[in-house]
Design a protein around this ligand. Structure first.
Ligand code: 3PG
Length: 412
């Protein structure tokens, strides 16, 4: 197809390349009683220039902004949206187009947004300020996965007690400590007091063992306050902040990235099950793409073995989306979290490889000999994997790991 008027400069560009430059391509899983081709057209109309009946409009409106069905086969519907329909740097608006009203259409029995090719929109997003390489450099750790923990109990500890648990964890050589998703700035554990006390302890441990440890303080809050809260946290010494991206909204993370807050951003996906499980919703790979575009450094992507329900294909896809070269963005850490303990390490590392954060809450603090020993047992499970030894074999010379095996049973 010609895209240039000058005869000598006529360039033949395949249609697909033009689509890449001018269209946002979406893929949906759809179930309905009506023929799939008809349903696909209804979705394309509803999400762009149409509605349930014909409405008079200039032909150009439909031609310029109307979505069109690329294919509708089996249960898979592919729809192209022209880039002009989007306000390119406005994630809420983009989601209202590609993941809006359609889920509620009465004629659908299932509808899941499986993938979005954001193509022409990616240039409007900065991606992470800190990625895998920057975090490795700060920690001075290049040849192994990172190991992290979630302070437990997830709520209820005072700032002083939180700092004590953090200190015990860091003493084991941990890379990252994080708040849990429901802890923000409640009265029983005010954020500023907690942060100051935790960082004070972490600095002391760093002086002692010669290695830093991140503390991802949860700054999740309303849109009117999140930048201010994160900046205040950084002022008080935070070396990482955490955001619950689905409850706060993708644009909350985008705002922190645009402000260049100067520390990595840990992303928790709490509430994802409401979107990612079942027949209606948004698949995890789409959430992973948006997280990388908006600037998350780490994203919870699930475990190949752990306590949460899993869709292995979607974990694989998310892992690759976060780490593969894409639009010039920095690479993002997948975080394997949820019911992890030493016996679950091997299966996760076999699938994730070393560019992953293994995060264990109960699997560290629940060790019969306490948090510091629990951290050591996790690291020993990693070492066993790296040396291709079974946990039982490695535990013969590593008593911390032996304690974990006694507590939670043999490796599966
Ligand atoms: C998380 O944030 O993923 C959970 O709090 C993990 O906790 P757990 O390791 O105790 O399951």
């Amino acid at each position: 197809m010609a895209i240039h008027g000058d005869k000598d400069l006529i360039i033949q560009v395949p249609l697909t390349l033009i689509n890449i430059m001018t269209m946002v391509r979406t893929t949906y899983y759809v179930e309905a009683d009506a023929p799939i081709a008809k349903v696909a057209k209804e979705i394309a109309a509803e999400q762009s220039t149409g509605t349930w009946t014909e409405v008079a409009a200039e032909k150009e409106v439909h031609e310029k902004l109307g979505a069109h069905v690329v294919s509708a086969e089996g249960n898979t519907v592919v729809i192209d949206f022209p880039v002009e329909i989007f306000e390119p740097d406005n994630v809420p608006q983009i989601l209202s187009v590609v993941a809006g009203n359609l889920f509620g259409l009465g004629g659908l029995k299932a509808c899941r947004l499986m993938d979005v090719d954001f193509g022409p929109l990616t240039k409007y997003y900065n991606g992470p300020e800190f990625g895998i390489e920057e975090v490795r450099k700060i920690l001075g750790v290049y040849d192994r996965p990172l190991v992290g923990t979630i302070i437990k109990p997830k709520v209820g500890l005072s700032p002083k007690r939180t700092a004590e648990v953090a200190e015990q964890a860091a003493l084991g050589g941990l890379d990252l400590i994080k708040d849990d998703e429901t802890l923000t700035d409640q009265k029983f554990c005010p954020l500023e007091e907690r942060l100051t006390m935790v960082m004070d302890r972490l600095h002391k441990v760093e002086d002692r063992i010669g290695k830093p440890c991140f503390y991802a303080v949860n700054v999740t809050c309303g849109a009117d306050m999140i930048v201010e809260r994160a900046e205040r946290a950084v002022e008080l010494g935070a070396n990482m902040v955490m955001v619950d991206i689905l409850t706060a909204g993708f644009s909350a993370v985008q705002a922190l990235t645009d402000e260049k807050i100067g520390v990595p951003i840990h992303i928790h996906r709490t509430m994802h099950g409401a979107l990612t499980r079942g027949k209606y919703g948004i698949a995890m790979p789409v959430i992973s793409k948006l997280t990388r575009m908006c600037g998350g450094t780490n994203l919870h992507t699930g475990t190949y073995a752990g306590k949460m329900e899993r869709n292995v294909c979607e974990i694989d896809a998310s892992r690759d989306i976060l780490r593969k070269p894409w639009a010039g963005y920095k690479r993002v850490w997948p975080v394997s979290s949820g019911g992890l303990y030493p016996q679950k390490v091997r299966e996760n590392l076999d699938c994730y490889g070393i560019d992953v954060i293994l995060q264990a809450g109960g699997g560290i603090h629940g060790h019969p000999e306490g948090t510091t020993v629990g951290v050591k047992a996790m690291f020993q499970a990693v070492e066993a994997w790296q040396q291709q030894k079974t946990l039982e074999e490695y535990a013969k010379t590593h008593k911390e790991l032996a304690g974990a095996l006694k507590q939670w049973g043999p490796s599966q």
